[in-house]
Design a protein around this ligand. Structure first.
Ligand code: SF4
Ligand code: MG
Length: 284
């Protein structure tokens, strides 16, 4: 036990009421509980994308890496391959990962890299003051769509399922115990874990009343049944008034990219990538 509180003294600039506080709190609690079960906090690496969510890299007292916009998953992939002893957690945004970094989400899932990707999905670009993202509903009025967006949102969980993610879940920032337990399960899962968190953006898209009325927690759902998982994932299309399920939709056991690489190369390739990383870190 390190006795860490996991909070840094950095000045917090999130808006009052922002759901990022809840995600930070839930992640902190999840990690501290996992530490009592054997997780070594010094072996945890947080990789953040660009957006309001990304400031979590400054606020959590963990090894952290700020990636380029949409590029948290490839940075995390390099970290995992270079050192498979590390637990890698990506905090990313919906604009960040469902738009700029969408191809990386697909290939991270396809390769089944062992990492946890936590999407702070407030369904808006918050840092750039309120533009629509791939999960904003039709009619969303923001800086770039004053008459309301005319694009339909897509379902990123369905995309992750089709791409091969082996853990797919959704939670909500106003269901803190559920969020903490979901994060713990995702971190413990071996393989690519996607946790979509509906996060309130208090300034540009506060729809907590809508979520409070529509969300429900999954019960009697078998996440190892792919057909049941896909049906639940498709139950709501990010646009309709259908009920919104929270919980773990899908889990599967598959070999990870890293372990297959070690099996095939006898660790040679991993050592080569680790040397490149070392040279790269010395260069910067
Ligand atoms: Fe949070 Fe929205 Fe403020 Fe960004 S703009 S800090 S997401 S409330
Ligand atoms: Mg966003």
């Amino acid at each position: 036990m390190t006795g860490k509180t996991l909070i840094t003294p950095a000045q917090n600039t999130w808006c009052p009421g922002c759901g990022n506080f809840s995600i930070q709190h839930a992640m902190k609690s999840a990690l501290l509980e996992l530490e009592t079960e054997g997780l070594v906090l010094d072996h945890v690496v947080l990789v953040a994308g660009i957006g309001c969510h990304g400031k979590i890299a400054d606020y959590m007292d963990l090894n952290a890496f700020y990636a380029l916009h949409g590029r948290a998953i490839p940075a995390a992939t390099g970290i995992r391959i270079a050192n498979p002893d590390l637990s890698v957690i990506c905090h990313v945004g919906d604009g960040d990962t469902y738009a700029e970094g969408l191809d990386h989400l697909i290939f991270g899932a396809k390769r089944n890299i062992d990492m946890t990707v936590v999407v702070h999905d407030n369904r808006v670009y918050g840092l750039t003051t309120g533009q629509y993202t791939p999960t904003s509903p039709v009619g969303f009025k923001g800086r770039s769509t004053p008459l309301g967006t005319i694009e339909r949102p897509f379902n990123p969980l369905h995309l992750a399922f089709a791409s091969g993610a082996t853990f797919i879940a959704r939670s909500y920032t106003r269901r803190l115990p559920h969020l903490k337990e979901t994060l713990k399960a995702a971190i413990l899962h071996k393989g690519f874990s996607l946790v979509e968190v509906f996060q309130i953006c208090a300034t540009y898209y506060d729809i907590h009343e809508y979520y409070d009325q529509h969300v429900y927690e999954l019960k009697d759902h078998d996440p190892t049944d792919p057909l049941a998982a896909e049906a639940k994932i498709r139950e709501w299309d990010y646009n309709s008034d259908a009920p919104i399920a929270l919980g773990t939709f899908y889990t599967a056991e598959q070999p990870t990219f890293e372990e297959t690489l070690v099996q095939k190369t006898g660790k040679k390739e991993v050592d080569r990538i680790a040397r490149i990383h070392e040279r790269f870190s010395q260069a910067i």
